[in-house]
Design a protein around this ligand. Structure first.
Ligand SMILES: *[C@@H]1O[C@H](CO)[C@@H](O)[C@H](O)[C@H]1NC(C)=O
Ligand SMILES: *[C@@H]1O[C@H](CO)[C@@H](O)[C@H](O)[C@H]1NC(C)=O
Ligand SMILES: *[C@@H]1O[C@H](CO)[C@@H](O)[C@H](O)[C@H]1NC(C)=O
Length: 498
């Protein structure tokens, strides 16, 4: 199906149904709870499949509990239930198998179950959205069967839901009877249309499990609607690359997708950013040594200025499977930048620099390069989003795909435009200290770099005594200041002394 067709279909169905949101079911909650009692016949709309080694699977029947053991269910192990979202073609999307395989092969001793609700998911979007409560109830029913017949504690349950599936997991949590809550729910780009702005009981929310995390990857509006929900719905909400869109998913990439997937490339491009949430999660299981770190921040703008790389008081956390399950209030919005392909991890650095020049606003084009004990960064252009005025400290965010180690050296390059040089000549008239060589100079105060991943801060000093000056079109080298011993080294020294 073409991009336009999909979006048009979404748009149309959205507008047709905008009035009748899915609230309606609330009144019958009481009734539905009764239905959940296990001694009554229960007709499940979903099929649950135990995922086995070698991509084999085995259908579970919650009413015939011997199927659980014969399917290889081991009640001493945790259970992960994967739930898909809206379906355009009635087929199980390929990521489901990929996620299941990744979990089964990388986490030892875990039961992986797939919820198949394709028959109800392959309808118009609003109809599928209406069904999320029904499927949630099916999952709650399965969990209660496990509780009653296996004394299986629901806190050992981790529900992972994609798009509409995320809200299904939320409803599963709210339909569950008893005081015990589901251990964890992970919402992978929870669906936006018909859920955005709804009350917490009508969508995934932090109340639905002991711990809820969500990854938002496609909240950008297209033709008036977005696929993913923008608002925070969890204890920790991750917004990779701001959450609205993802690198490698733009229309320029469509040719790559077509060569990879044939004509399905169009569809792949539409789903790309939405589905990125799944692949980020898979990445977190596959690449244990490259866990992506995210930082609490007000919004993307502030994050891009580099002011949010703070880890104190649980302000940062690991994206994906190995998240630190610390609950301290809900609605924490965490930001991070990622690469366009796996492993997605990027290292975040805050570059802080004080400009001493006393002059009217300039927009310098700066390039820096960092050298650490492990690697060199190469030249990184700094995007200056605001004009630099005199005697002010500016911060920038720099992201790199590798760890540089302890930072030792920083090289700054300033490219002044022709226009600037002309202005400089005029400035010479008012600034007496303007320089012996009549060349534009950028005078700098403090320069420091903070690594988000290690929380190490490094200050840089000029090599020579004649100050922190950068001449136009020339590299200026700064080194780690003499009194700036990295903490790690100090710790090592202590250990040696012991
Ligand atoms: C389960 O196995 C059947 C037959 O082997 C296969 O057709 C189906 O796609 C599998 N389903 C899942 C969810 O893996
Ligand atoms: C269940 O898993 C545990 C490990 O968590 C293992 O020791 C035990 O043998 C398994 N039981 C069965 C019946 O496979
Ligand atoms: C620049 O700011 C610092 C601290 O804010 C101040 O001490 C210093 O006098 C200022 N310098 C000029 C030239 O305004």
């Amino acid at each position: 199906m073409s991009v336009v067709k999909i979006l048009f279909c979404l748009l149309l169905t959205y507008h047709l149904n905008e009035g009748k949101k899915i609230k309606g079911n609330k009144a019958v909650d009481g009734e539905q709870r009764v239905v959940l009692r296990l001694n009554q016949p229960y007709v499940s709309s979903s099929v649950f499949r135990m995922f086995l080694e070698g991509e084999d699977n085995c259908t579970l029947d919650p009413l015939q509990l011997h199927t659980l053991t014969s399917c290889g269910f081991n009640s001493s192990n945790p259970i992960i239930i994967i739930t898909h979202g809206w379906s355009l073609d009635g087929m199980m999307e390929s990521w489901v198998l990929r996620l299941a395989t990744t979990l089964k092969t990388n986490l030892i001793d875990v039961n992986v179950v797939i919820t198949d609700w394709l028959s109800l998911a392959n309808t118009h979007y609003p109809t599928a959205a209406q069904s999320t409560r029904t499927i949630g109830k099916d999952i709650a029913h399965l969990l209660q069967a496990l509780q009653v017949h296996y004394q299986y504690p629901v806190r050992k349950v981790h529900l992972i839901g994609y798009s509409l599936g995320a809200h299904i997991c939320g409803f599963a949590g709210s339909y569950l009877e008893g005081s015990e809550k589901i251990g964890r729910i992970t919402g992978l780009d929870p669906a936006g249309p018909l859920f955005e702005g709804m009350s917490p009981t009508d969508r995934l929310s932090p109340d639905d499990a002991e711990f809820v995390d969500a990854i938002h990857t496609f909240t950008q509006k297209h033709l008036g609607l977005s696929l993913g929900i923008k608002q925070a719905v969890a204890h920790y909400d991750f917004y990779p690359n701001g959450g609205d869109f993802q690198p490698g998913c733009d229309l320029h990439s469509i040719y790559d997708h077509i060569s990879q997937y044939g004509l399905l490339g169009f569809e792949q491009t539409v789903k790309c950013a939405h589905e990125r949430s799944v692949h980020l999660f898979i990445d977190s299981v596959l690449n244990k040594d490259k866990q992506s770190m995210a930082y609490r921040c007000r919004d993307k703008r502030a994050f891009d200025k580099g002011v949010c790389l703070d880890c104190r008081k649980h302000r940062c956390n690991t994206l994906g499977y190995d998240i630190q399950k610390v609950r301290s209030g809900s609605g924490k919005r965490l930001f991070l930048n990622t690469r366009s392909h796996m492993p997605y991890k990027l290292y975040h650095y805050q570059f802080r620099i004080q400009f001493v020049n006393q002059m009217e606003g300039i927009e310098p084009s700066l390039t820096i390069s960092l050298t650490g004990t492990k690697e060199e960064s190469g030249d990184i252009p700094i995007i200056v989003t605001e004009t630099i005025s005199g005697n002010k400290t500016h911060t920038f965010l720099i992201t790199l795909d590798r760890d540089l180690g302890d930072l030792m050296l920083l090289k700054l390059h300033w490219e002044g435009s022709v226009l600037w040089k002309n202005m400089w000549n005029r400035l010479q008239n008012f600034i007496p200290w303007g320089g012996r060589e009549r060349k534009p100079l950028l005078t700098l105060g403090k320069i420091s770099v903070k690594a988000g991943e290690t929380q190490e801060r490094t200050s840089f000093c000029a090599l020579t005594n004649d100050g922190q000056r950068v001449e136009v079109s020339q590299d200026e080298v700064f080194v780690r200041c003499k009194d700036d011993t990295p903490k790690q080294h100090r710790r090592k020294l202590c250990r040696f002394r012991e």
